[in-house]
Design a protein around this ligand. Structure first.
Ligand code: HEM
Length: 440
């Protein structure tokens, strides 16, 4: 059980922390032009941030954002340098631009669960070092490779559900359930709980994104707390009877540490492992599918030669940048790109901008799977995505199955809208159409 002062939740796309632990907010800064225009969660930037960032990279590559009250780093080299420099840039609160106190009714519900503690992507050494080692072992290449047939079967089953219709809202029908269901299998949670866990993940995502009225958020929070307790039961069960699954690896690894992790720490690590690959992988898969639906030649090339799928996935990762940004705090005064960042000031690493930097990617708006420069969609340095091999496998299998099962894939006329989030960038929904199999 948590106490109010310890409570921490993600909401409104923000990390909500107690005022006592509130990070520094700088007092005054010049208000440059890019900073005044920077509105990442509203149209037109939400729909397409590329023109804005292109201008920023040219005119003011590191600017102070009025909306976020922090520096925004836009060029590839600078984003890479900050992401690699964990000695001078802290990842605590890396998921959230600002800190607010949760409203009382929400706090009361959340206090019935476990506190959200810095545990992995939002932590520094030594917490980060030990959590990362645990999750890296649990998501080993050996384990992921062994799961390929299960993943393929899952993708086929999802497509079976709608292939006859000839059209579907693809994000909800495929791009979200594929990673959502798969992570449940991979962790070792029972398949019989799949629908329930999926619903809990959706409620939790709504809490993290802060979507809805206070009443709705409180309802989401109730489910989130139930989910935490469900995970705690699963942890206890693995503590008593470890098996060959990712959850057991995390639980037994945590118990073997010099100072073993408590339940709250374990729940936080599990939640991050569950969430980190959910919206993100859905964003990657839907972006790649949209490219195929727009480009019949590319579709045919992949169908005829599936070995080209990984390159298309890499380019979808670059162009879509499913984590459009993460956040850091300067631990000391640092000069970067000619700008002095003071100790305690916050920075946004705009991965989506770095991935469109003309200095590294010629004609960055063009979808070109032949590119050689590595993108930064999985980050860089000590927080580089642990799930990258898993995401790449999911993307490859998704494209192999889509190109075989959905011939004539096309994009019906529609307005593509993005889900507003401080970190994740994915299509809210997309209708895709294809030639359904002839009725026998
Ligand atoms: C397309 C899919 C994905 C994208 C674009 C993505 C992107 C990222 C990025 C940019 C970071 C670095 C954050 C930072 O530097 O602050 C990260 C970290 C992380 N990702 Fe992913 N990710 C994806 C899929 C996954 C999957 C499938 C998993 C696991 C199930 C996962 C687990 C993690 C974890 C645990 C971290 C934290 C690593 C650390 O802090 O040491 N990700 N991811």
């Amino acid at each position: 059980m948590i106490r109010a002062k310890e409570a921490g939740v993600l909401a409104g796309g923000l990390r909500i922390i107690s005022p006592m632990s509130s990070p520094d907010q700088p007092n005054s800064h010049p208000t440059p032009s890019c900073g005044a225009l920077h509105q990442p969660l509203a149209s037109p930037m939400l729909d397409d941030p590329r023109p804005f960032y292109s201008r920023a990279r040219e005119e003011e590559p590191i600017f102070w954002s009025d909306a976020l009250a922090m520096w925004v780093v836009t060029r590839y080299d600078d984003v890479q340098a900050v992401a690699r420099d964990a000695a001078r840039f802290s990842s605590v609160n890396s998921i959230s631009p600002v800190s607010v106190v949760p409203p009382q009714p929400l706090l009361e519900v959340l206090m019935q669960g476990f506190p959200l503690l810095p545990s992995l992507v939002d932590s520094d050494p030594p917490i980060h070092t030990r959590s990362r080692a645990l999750v890296t072992k649990a998501l080993s290449l050996r384990r992921i490779a062994a799961f390929e047939p299960i993943l393929r079967e899952l993708a086929e089953r999802l497509i079976d559900r709608f292939v006859d219709k000839g059209q579907v809202e693809f994000v909800g029908a495929f791009a979200i359930p594929l990673p959502g269901n798969f992570i449940v299998d991979l962790l070792g949670l029972p398949r019989a709980h799949l629908e329930q866990v999926d619903a809990w993940i959706s409620h939790s995502a709504a809490i993290f994104a802060g979507h809805g009225t206070l009443e709705e958020l409180v309802e989401h929070a109730r489910h989130f707390v139930t989910f935490q307790h469900y995970l705690a039961d699963a942890v206890r069960e693995r503590q008593a009877n470890p098996r060959d699954d990712a959850l057991s690896d995390i639980v037994t690894g945590a118990a073997a540490l010099e100072s073993p992790l408590g339940m709250a720490e374990l729940i936080n690590i599990l939640l991050q492992a569950l969430f980190a690959g959910y919206e993100t992988t859905a964003g990657m898969i839907s972006a790649a599918a949209v490219e195929l639906a727009r480009d019949p030649e590319l579709f045919a090339a992949l169908r005829d030669d599936p070995s080209r799928c990984p390159a298309v996935i890499e380019e979808a990762l670059r162009t879509a940048s499913p984590i459009h940004a993460m956040y850091r705090t300067a631990k000391e005064d640092v000069e970067i790109g000619g700008v002095t960042i003071r100790a305690g000031e916050r920075l946004q690493l705009a991965f989506i901008s770095a991935n469109h930097d003309e200095a590294c990617f010629e004609a960055p708006e063009r979808f070109d799977p032949e590119r050689k420069t590595p993108h930064l969609a999985f980050g860089q340095g000590p927080h580089f995505c642990i799930g990258a091999p898993l995401a790449r496998l999911e993307g490859r299998i998704a494209l192999e199955v889509i190109t075989r099962r959905l011939p004539g894939l096309r994009l019906p006329e529609q307005r593509l809208a993005y889900f507003p989030s401080a970190t994740a960038r994915r299509l809210a929904a997309v209708e895709l159409a294809w030639d359904p199999p002839a009725a026998s």
